[in-house]
Design a protein around this ligand. Structure first.
Ligand code: NAP
Ligand code: MG
Length: 402
């Protein structure tokens, strides 16, 4: 078979530990034999980030803006222990945070569904994608511990010097206060990213806040979504046969649990933080959760939702075989290749991505899987294999469809 050709390079961001090992295996076993892989390679492994004073992360984000599509391996976010372990010059910021800030993106997380692994919620048949607003609210708060009686006020001073003042609370004794904010610009970007993504994957978009209680703050989110929908997306949604649906956050939670799934659920920052962990767990495993960062300009960065699987890496370093699940990392590659194919009009690349995903799902449904899925799968005959053998089994299944 002739290898599939690519036109525009895909931005490839390598990473750390076990996922770095899996990264190379996926390329060697499932990609390079079939595609003339055209990537612009950025090594975001911690060693290289330290060597370049983290410039490599910035360069990778700039390349994503230039070419439009990136695939990223999981990376270590340094803490004090990592500073020592790697002898770092400083505690570099999370690469994901750097890239997200540069692309002004929204993160969409969706589970990979296989037949033999049933979600804990019986009605869920299709994936639920969580879109988390990744700016502001409690994550950029200012907090104050009130030690004793006194008046807390909210004061805004405009550029021209006028002030607006409201009492928050007259404290009779100790307590706490917190100031949070968001900007119209960030909420607008979030809304557009959600509407674009919904059109992209042809799924309904749900959004929910607590606007009945938060009549100015949350209500602003509701209004911005509605205004942008009405003026820019209503016709496109009609044409695509999908809906935009707004409700209160508590109503949304109740409806999601009773639903079949198959929608994108846009969440404010805190709701998204909490709900994405709940949805991931209810669908089975973090190792089966994909993640894509979408910018309002239409740049895409695909990755796995999980980290570098450190515990497995230390076993690997001791020479032990590990049964680490490569599915989410593989789906980051197929997502990115499919998007590249769509943008460049390469039908064979899109088809290859579809076939590779199908082959990997078929492999698990036929009973061959990594250790983490063994306890979740309802199949009678399961064969637990190491990562490399799992990928080779996928290749075998793939070959039959090419
Ligand atoms: P993690 O790498 O997601 O792993 C936590 C545990 O979840 C693993 O020990 C393993 O459980 C299980 N697991 C996760 N992915 C798996 C897979 N593909 N196959 C099988 N089991 C899997 O999270 P962490 O240990 O908290 O973090 C490790 C490093 O990753 C940290 O340095 C953190 O900064 C980084 N991180 C990066 C990203 C990112 O780049 N997007 C995200 C999160 C964390 P068992 O050990 O029980 O088998
Ligand atoms: Mg969370």
């Amino acid at each position: 078979m002739e290898k599939i050709k690519m036109r525009v390079p895909l931005v490839e961001m390598d990473g750390d530990e076990m996922t770095r090992i899996i990264w190379k295996m996926i390329k060697d076993i499932l990609l390079i034999p079939y595609i003339e892989l055209n990537t612009e390679y950025y090594d975001l492994g911690l060693v290289k980030r330290n060597e370049t004073d983290d410039q490599i992360t910035v360069d990778a984000a700039l390349a994503t803006k230039k070419y439009g599509v990136a695939v990223k391996c999981a990376t270590i976010t340094p803490n004090a222990q990592r500073v020592e372990e790697y002898g770092l010059k400083q505690m570099w910021k999370s690469p994901n945070a750097t890239i997200r800030a540069m692309l002004d993106g929204t993160v969409f997380r969706a589970p990979i569904i296989v037949n033999s692994i049933k979600p804990f919620v019986k009605t869920w048949k299709k994936p639920i994608t969580i879109a988390r607003h990744a700016y502001g609210d409690v994550y950029k708060n200012v907090e104050y511990r009130v030690e004793g009686a006194g008046k807390a006020e909210l004061v805004f001073t405009s550029e021209s010097g006028e002030t607006a003042r409201q009492t928050i609370f007259d404290f009779k004794g100790p307590g706490v206060i917190q100031g949070i904010h968001n900007t119209d610009k960030s909420i607008e970007s979030f809304a557009r990213a959600c509407f674009n993504y919904a059109l992209d994957v042809k799924q309904d978009l749900w959004f929910a806040t607590k606007d009945t209680i938060s009549k100015t703050y949350d209500h602003r989110f509701k209004d911005i979504f509605q205004e942008i929908f009405d003026s820019e997306y209503k016709d496109k949604f009609n044409a695509a046969g999908i809906e935009y649906f707004y409700t209160l956050i508590d109503d949304a939670v109740a409806r999601i649990i009773r639903s079949e799934g198959g929608m994108i659920w846009a969440c404010k920052n805190y709701d998204g933080d909490v709900m994405s962990d709940m949805v991931a767990t209810a669908f089975g495993s973090l190792a089966m959760m994909t993640s894509v960062l979408v910018s309002p300009e239409g740049y895409y960065e695909y990755e796995a939702a999980h980290g570098t699987v450190t515990r497995h890496y230390y076993k690997y370093l001791k020479g032990e075989q590990t049964s680490t699940n490569p599915m989410a990392t593989l789906f980051a590659w197929t997502g990115a290749l499919r998007k590249r194919g769509e943008l460049d009009g390469l039908k064979d690349l899109v088809e290859f991505a579809d076939k590779l995903e199908a082959a990997s799902i078929n492999t698990i449904e036929a009973g061959v899987m990594t250790g983490d899925l063994a306890g979740l799968s309802e199949l009678e005959n399961k064969k637990i294999v190491n990562t490399e053998d799992f990928l080779k089994e996928i290749a075998k299944n793939l070959e039959q469809t090419l």
